[in-house]
Design a protein around this ligand. Structure first.
Ligand SMILES: *Cc1c(COP(=O)(O)O)cnc(C)c1O
Length: 244
């Protein structure tokens, strides 16, 4: 089982390197984020020992339950799931340095308030729903720029980029349109030159579509299944809670 993780990490890294090479990008421009939902802390630790250090969870409960094991291992923890405002307080206790899934202003305000009270700042990405599916979270593409402007005014949040979960489809060109849209929004934001907003990061691409995402400019690819194996829960459990 553990050897499998090591082997899988090598395979995924090779896919990233190859995609970079094909697109004249340096491999160092694309960071591999380990998407660790449902993975036990000990197996995550195993992957961290292979030299990877960026990990992310989707649920606050899982961040909390794995924190004790992981806190003594050097790593960087992001959050990539739907965040409920009543969980912010818990999340801020668990060493998470960036929330990639910020998709609504009321959440941003509450987060900002809580951070201000702690005299802390936090990195955020704006999550955009580029596939236009009701079943996925994220700001509507037409609203993303406005959300960036509003979040930029909140002193304790530092916008670093954008995140999206593209369409799940075997049709690469349809998936590519999602990533192109995210890149396009990044360019729109950059043109506005909004004070305090950095837009270097594009978090897009997962186990099935990381090559396409790298072609379209991803700086972070988020990979779970290709490293840790199939999950027993369907992704809908993580992606559309509350939407029936
Ligand atoms: C689970 C998850 C991933 C990784 O998906 P895989 O297909 O398992 O690689 C990436 N991003 C988010 C937001 C996720 O929830």
């Amino acid at each position: 089982m553990d050897e499998q993780i090591i082997e899988n990490l090598k395979l995924v890294q090779r896919r990233i390197d190859k995609a970079c090479e094909k697109n004249n990008r340096d491999s160092s421009e694309v960071r591999l984020l380990l998407a660790t939902k449902t993975v036990e802390a000990e197996r995550i630790a195993m992957a961290l020992q292979q030299g990877y250090r960026l990990i992310a969870e989707n649920k606050v409960q899982e961040v909390k339950s794995k924190y004790e094991v992981l806190k003594n291992i050097d790593h960087e923890a992001h959050f990539i799931g739907h965040l409920q405002s009543n969980k912010i307080k818990d999340l801020l206790k668990c060493g998470v340095s960036c929330i990639q899934s910020l998709d609504r202003f009321d959440l941003a305000e509450k987060l900002n308030q809580r951070l201000a009270a702690m005299d802390r700042k936090m990195d955020v990405f704006i999550q955009v729903n580029t596939s236009n599916e009701e079943s996925k979270f994220g700001a509507h593409p037409d609203d993303a720029l406005d959300l960036v402007r509003k979040v930029a005014a909140l002193e304790n949040l530092q916008i670093k980029g954008l995140m999206t979960i593209g369409l799940f489809s075997a049709e690469t060109e349809k998936v590519r349109q999602c990533f192109k849209l995210l890149k396009n929004i990044q360019q729109q934001v950059l043109q506005e030159n909004i004070p305090g907003v950095e837009m270097k990061e594009l978090s897009m691409g997962m186990s099935g579509d990381l090559e396409t995402a790298i072609e379209e400019g991803a700086t972070i690819v988020r990979v779970g299944t290709a490293i840790f194996g199939q999950r027993i829960y369907p992704d809908s459990y993580y992606w559309n809670e509350g939407i029936k």
